[in-house]
Design a binder for this molecule. Structure first.
Ligand SMILES: Nc1ncnc2c1ncn2[C@@H]1O[C@H](COP(=O)(O)OP(=O)(O)OP(=O)(O)O)[C@@H](O)[C@H]1O
Ligand SMILES: [Mg+2]
Length: 231
């Protein structure tokens, strides 16, 4: 089982949404996905409840509350012993011993960031912190920055400048764009199943088009992680 962790010092950087997207992308490829909920606000538990209500939860996925180290240990052991292919850990913003433990146990670390100067500073601080932690522990773990909520229209000069600075760091080749389909995942459920459900309702043709396009983007993001884990 491979552990992928979304982390960022900054609250609201798009960690949970990126993780929901990755989960949909892996589940769409028939992988079993364990979701480790290290945020006591329980966004993933709520996601699962909403998704089940909408018939948009993949039964190959499970949420494990893991906001304390012993719970995380149990979740890891259970998921590993039960044939899960991936575990995705959703951390809380900021520093904590739990976050350090998750980072050090990961196989891939994803740092999401939006394209504002403030977000860039926070992403850089998070990236530096992760690298220093890995160096201290003598670990080599693939780490990449994911552009999050990137506008689909033309970027402002400031956004272009931020993107150019980010490009100096290890980056995902595709960002997660600012899309209604991504914002709605937390209410609707898994994106690949939402798309399947929409395809049965002719009145949702336009939304289906947008949802499928968003799902195609998630597939590229998921493939990037899978490829990095193979190398
Ligand atoms: N790609 C996107 N397109 C549109 N909206 C997005 C996207 N990514 C995130 N959002 C929205 O931005 C808000 C913050 O995202 P999210 O909850 O994923 O951030 P977070 O880093 O997990 O926050 P927290 O630190 O509170 O855990 C949410 O309302 C979410 O729906
Ligand atoms: Mg979150």
């Amino acid at each position: 089982m491979k552990l992928v962790t979304c982390c960022s010092f900054k609250g609201g950087a798009g960690k949970t949404t990126a993780l929901m997207g990755l989960c949909s992308s892996f589940a769409d490829k028939k992988h079993k996905v364990a979701l480790f909920e290290a945020d006591e606000n329980r966004p993933l538990t709520k996601w699962k409840e909403n998704a089940l209500r909408n018939g948009a939860w993949d039964p190959g996925c499970e949420v494990f509350v893991a906001d304390q180290l012993p719970l995380l240990e149990n979740a890891y052991a259970h998921a590993e012993g039960n044939g899960f292919h991936y575990a995705l850990a959703d951390t809380r913003g900021g520093l904590s011993e739990l976050n350090d433990s998750i980072i050090a146990s990961s196989d891939f670390i994803l740092v999401p960031t939006m394209l504002t100067p403030l977000d860039f500073d926070e992403a850089l601080a998070t990236y530096r912190y992760v690298i220093e932690l890995l160096l201290e522990e003598g670990l080599q773990i693939k780490t990449a920055i994911l552009g999050q909520r990137v506008p689909t229209c033309r970027l402002t000069v400031s956004q272009q400048a931020t993107q150019a600075m980010l490009a100096l760091l290890p980056m995902f080749d595709t960002p997660m764009y600012e899309r209604d389909a991504f914002a709605a995942m937390k209410e609707r459920g898994m994106l690949h199943i939402t798309a399947q459900n929409m395809s049965r309702t002719p009145a949702m043709r336009l939304m289906l088009h947008n949802t499928r396009r968003a799902m195609d983007e998630l597939s590229i993001i998921g493939a990037f992680v899978e490829k990095a884990l193979e190398d």
